[in-house]
Design a protein around this ligand. Sequence first.
Ligand code: ARG
Ligand code: GLU
Length: 711
Amino acid sequence: MKHTRLVLIAVLTMMFSWSVRADEGMWLPSLISQRIADMQEKGFKLEAEDIYSINQASLKDAVVLFGRGCTGELISPEGLLLTNHHCGYAQIQKHSSVEHDYLKDGFWAMNRSEELPNPGLSVSFLERMEDVTDKVLEGYEPGMTEDQRVWIVRENSNALISEATKEGKGLRATVEALYYGNQYFLFVYRQYEDVRLVGAPPSSIGKFGGDTDNWMWPRHTGDFSMFRIYADKDNNPAPYSKDNVPYKPKKYFHISTGGVREGDFTFIYGFPGRTQEYVHSEAVRYIEETGDPQKIHLRTLRLNIMNKYQAESQKVRIQYSSKNANVANAWKKWQGEVKGIRKMNTVRNKQDFESAFKRWASGGEFDGVVEKIEDIYKRLEPYSYAVDYLNETVTATELPKFATEIAGCYMIGLDNLVGFDQEKAAGLIDAFYKDYHLPIDKEVFIAMMNEYEKNMPEDFKPQYYKDKYAEFGSIEAWAEHIYSNSIFTDEQKVRELDAEDMQIVLGDPATEFLSAFGLWYSTEILPVTRKLNQELQLAYRDYMRGQMVYCRTQRIPKDFYPDANLTLRVAYGHVKGYSPADGTYYLPSSTITGIMEKDNPEVFDYNIPQRLRDIYAEKDYGRWTDENGNIPVCFIATNHTTGGNSGSPVINADGNLIGVNFDRVWEGTMSDIVFDPDICRNISLDIRYVLFIIDKVADADHLLEEMTLVD
Ligand code: ARG
Ligand code: GLU
């Protein structure tokens, strides 16, 4: 009797945990068998081995880390790859010129010979992953110092990495700490370096809605681009060569044209970058009260300046469009994050959890851990503030950064003779002046440094700064001095620099500005933050383990998953609308009707290609319509994703591709810290819109023929 009751309680807690923690989590593929029952319960029809297997081809073999921070997926037996437009943006831009503006007009290779190589771009397949905790900690004894532990972990990891990459071409491995170093995993990747651009829609489709719609729902962005992986004749990684042939994947996604409906199971396979779900309330309080609001405020000032100049000139608008987008992206995300943290009462909830934890921990292994974290945060906070401020003010200025980059082109040889890397400098010079508008930079300098003067505590200001401020009497006068005397305001003079001119470059007021702050940072700030962060890491390792033990022994339903760290993860959920505010409900999918409603030739972000207007007028939709005869565009679902998941395959219950992930809704961006199943939604491109664009707008049917479409 007693026994059955225990079982019953266990089952109930499990069910309870499913209902309260619905859809939260970024799971390790190799451990997915622990989640598969839940996935199947929610509608998934395949097995754990279909997701991740080292014995047979599985879905993981069709997913890649694309470049440095995106995901991509294979969609044909001939190495065709799909990712986001914003993930391929740099490559599309690099191939663009005034004569061939692929950003503006789109690009489609009509045959293999027209596909464009991209030196520097690589994609990585995960070959396998393995729990190596014991091996990484071999030789470590309790009581050793943290420095000793760091050393042991590094040595053991390096040995594992060289062992793992010994055999096979193009192998690359990393050892990653999970749960703050309570667990270590080895990840072995095969990295391909010949990745060619196959196609991209015009930005008016691929970036439709621009920053106006970024992080927003309802959304109508056709955020995709296509590449092809090439290999040597044995299908192995090889540097670019015209003799390379299309890579034959172990697995590629079949594409479902059956569409999505509210409630459908979805699963995302990709490389989420960074989350911090288990942090102490103090960390969240800092983000909510200080970190995010300060950064938002500074970026608002910066964006206002950019916007003002961009509105005045077509040339400046183009020059600053990418810079503006970068600044605006995080700016908008933080606003949603603060709002979400507040709405969820996160600080308060965490404080309650911590109080209960402290009571439970008293006298045991985890006694004092939370208090230790609190103490470290108290010491760390002024430094975190200073670093945040530095990043958003001093290093947000353009000319000083460029000046120090040019300074970095000087090399002093063993013979003490100075060399100058002309080629590197020429590249930097081309890139910088093409998109530089001095009045913006100077005004940003003045605005940012005035905020700095006002808000940075005196003992966190470098002596250099105080001297300059005293010398010039105002930020305006100091800016005037820098921006009228720096050699870097004169492109011609900068182009003439050579090895002889090192002293001129180092003594330049723009160079001096950033390097003085840099020196102060590395001598006064970094040593302290490094030490405190090491202490914090150590305390978190205990606290993380403590949270797990506490929840397990106290029967608190909580499913633990490791924070994102750009390793391959599975997230699953279902297609679902949400209510962003009282009295409002958003449906889970959008259609071409919404594109036409937004269409406006006068508004840059909403000016679609004429071709799309014509297709819409004639309803020339081909076979890509939804059940109402409309073209589907985007949909939202409850999958737990973050930055890095851009380009991730969105998969249905049968394991087929139904979409490409590219964003989250603004009101749910606190999911990097706390997940709310009612509000947090990832935004995906409906795969049928991708197929429609390829077919009707690009006339690139040959690509459709490579794919395997299923209903
Ligand atoms: N918000 C998306 C992400 O975080 C898309 C960013 C690119 N698009 C843009 N309009 N800035 O990466
Ligand atoms: N756009 C993001 C990316 O590039 C994905 C959005 C998110 O943060 O979830 O990874």
